[in-house]
Design a binder for this molecule. Structure first.
Ligand code: AMP
Length: 546
């Protein structure tokens, strides 16, 4: 007997704001408002005391008075293996801080809607590699969740957009500019009436580019104006409290500039005062170089899409809070309107990702439930009926979920060190933008006789070619292949990299001499071991998260 499928929550764990959604009884994705009655929660953590941790709006405000106890933008640190936030003689890794944000989302869901959050899909930027994805998964585990999937944000946005008949047969570009990250993805939605196929064609991104960089330009302007009006040489950013204040105000002013042509802000420090004005026009000028960076990646992804047979784009979707800046829409229209024949549209800017993740969760559980029922000997039709009776959903809705297939691509290349013409290179065995799951192999010779292991360093890069330069590649981990110690020198070992559709890398070896498969012990550098994870869970046990 199968049970009623569990509800899966979709979580957009954003750099600046996070959101949580679920599928309601009408089959619609719904955002859960938090206990501040807001639909998004600032991804900011305030270590109020050793036992008490505050997340969200109050944490963001506390940063004004107590900046050294506030951690923010931690998603940008997910790729930094060394980074940790020091407070009260302890230090917290990005995945631990992220878990506090997740816990707040879950406790709010419980408070405001009596939702017990357990099974979740958490989203991450498409270009997150194995390390960042694994750390995001661990953040979920630390929060006590069962993490069903780490889903790419543009895929989630596309699912939110693409599960209706209007979207069929369309190629869509998703331009997602959030608070701290940017990604741009071409998605193709199949036109087969019997299938719902959402296929990622290719994706590009920059995880150090987002609304915060627009804020920083305003901060720079405040500082320069203060100095010029007061004649003071003081760098206001050296004062932590002042710096936080300026950043906070800069974000507020940036948002105002989305609706107004000019803002005025008083800046005072140690008795000196300045009144700073900023015109939208000037702001656009100061930040044009940032916008250009997004366009360089947009051009790249469109070129790449062409090589994959996608020459026509039917819709240009704007996702992420920062796309509310009017210059984004204006410049995209100017630049791409003519070439592509489409104008950009804002699409559920703050909520598309969480809602898409909730829809992906629904697809996952319904597909699983139908499979389980069919395994007991029922036909698909009977399975749909049984599930419809149990869940109250229509057979048609369940069928749409069952027919949905999501196809993704590798968002990074993965390879190993090799020599080419005497020069060290990285030989990519998995190449970026290849549909996943995928694998790639290379034969190695053992170095000497009777070796008892092969030890390989694994690299990743953003190159779409088989060979990449070592200085654009990053070490991601170490793989050790144990051998029996009975092979001659130069014995062939075939090494295969396998990347699954969740972006997780596995390495397998084949001892060609004995036809024996060797499973590598691969550990992504910077990821907590099971033991460390348990220690971290223990460390969090008595913490109160508000
Ligand atoms: P997200 O990560 O998608 O939630 O995006 C958050 C970013 O969007 C932050 O940098 C916000 O400052 C920015 N943002 C939100 N609303 C606006 C607005 N009206 N104008 C400009 N930026 C905004």
């Amino acid at each position: 007997m199968s049970t009623i499928p569990k509800r899966v929550y979709g979580i957009d764990l954003g750099t600046t704001y996070s959101a949580i959604a679920f599928i309601n009884e009408h089959g619609k994705a719904e955002i859960i408002t938090n206990s501040d009655n807001e639909r998004v929660t600032p991804s900011v953590v305030f270590f109020e005391s050793e036992e008490n941790i505050v997340v969200g709006k109050i944490a963001k405000e506390s940063a004004k008075t107590d900046p050294s106890r506030v951690a923010d933008f931690v998603k940008r640190q997910m790729s930094d293996k060394e980074w940790a936030f020091p407070v009260d003689d302890k230090s917290y890794k990005p995945e631990e801080i992220s878990s506090f944000i997740l816990r707040r989302l879950a406790s709010d869901a419980k408070k405001t809607g009596d939702h017990e959050v357990q099974d979740v899909i958490i989203t991450c930027p498409a270009y997150f590699g194995d390390l960042e994805r694994e750390r995001t998964r661990q953040a979920g585990k630390l929060a006590g969740f069962n993490v069903i999937e780490i889903l790419d944000e543009p895929v989630a946005a596309a699912i939110n957009y693409g599960l209706n008949d209007d979207a069929k047969g369309k190629n869509v570009i998703v331009y997602d500019l959030g608070g701290g990250t940017f990604d741009v993805t071409v998605v193709s939605i199949g036109d087969d009436p019997d299938k719902n196929e959402i296929k990622i064609v290719c994706t590009e991104g920059n995880h150090q580019l987002g609304g915060k960089d627009w804020d920083d330009q305003i901060v720079k302007h405040f500082v320069a104006e203060f100095q010029s009006q007061t004649g003071s040489g003081t760098n206001l950013l050296e004062d932590q409290e002042m710096a936080y204040d300026l950043r906070f105000n800069a974000e507020t002013d940036k948002k105002m500039l989305s609706n107004k042509a000019k803002i005025t802000r008083k800046v005072s420090f140690e008795g000196e005062k300045a009144v700073v004005e900023l015109l939208r026009e000037k702001f656009d000028e100061m930040t044009a170089h940032l916008l250009d960076q997004t366009f360089a990646l947009t051009d790249k992804v469109l070129e790449e899409a062409k090589t994959r047979g996608v020459t026509k784009i039917h819709a240009f979707l704007l996702v992420g809070g920062s796309t509310r800046m009017p210059q984004i829409k204006e410049e995209i229209t100017k630049r791409y309107g003519g070439i592509l024949g489409v104008t950009p549209v804002e699409f559920d800017v703050d909520e598309a990702v969480a809602k898409g993740a909730a829809k992906a969760g629904e697809i996952h559980v319904l597909q699983q439930a139908v499979e389980d029922i069919i395994e007991t000997g029922a036909t698909q039709e009977q399975a749909l009926q049984e599930l419809s009776d149990k869940t109250g959903k229509t057979g048609e809705d369940i069928l749409i979920a069952v027919k949905t297939k999501i196809k993704k691509v590798a968002t990074k290349s993965y390879g190993i060190r090799a020599l080419k013409g005497g020069q060290p290179i990285i030989r990519n065995l998995i190449i970026k933008q290849t549909p996943v799951p995928t694998k790639g192999s290379q034969i190695f010779g053992t170095a000497g006789p009777n070796a008892d292991e092969i030890d390989l360093v694994v690299f990743s890069n953003n190159e779409s070619e088989p060979d990449a330069l070592p200085d654009v590649s990053e070490e991601v981990g170490n793989a050790v292949f144990p051998l029996d110690g009975n092979l001659p020198a130069k014995a062939p070992i075939e090494i295969t990299f396998e990347l699954d559709d969740q972006g997780s890398l596995t390495l397998v070896g084949l001892d060609k001499t004995h036809g024996k498969t060797i499973t590598a012990n691969f550990k992504a550098e910077g990821v907590m071991s099971e033991e460390e994870l348990n220690v971290a869970i223990e460390k969090q046990r008595d913490l109160v998260i508000d």
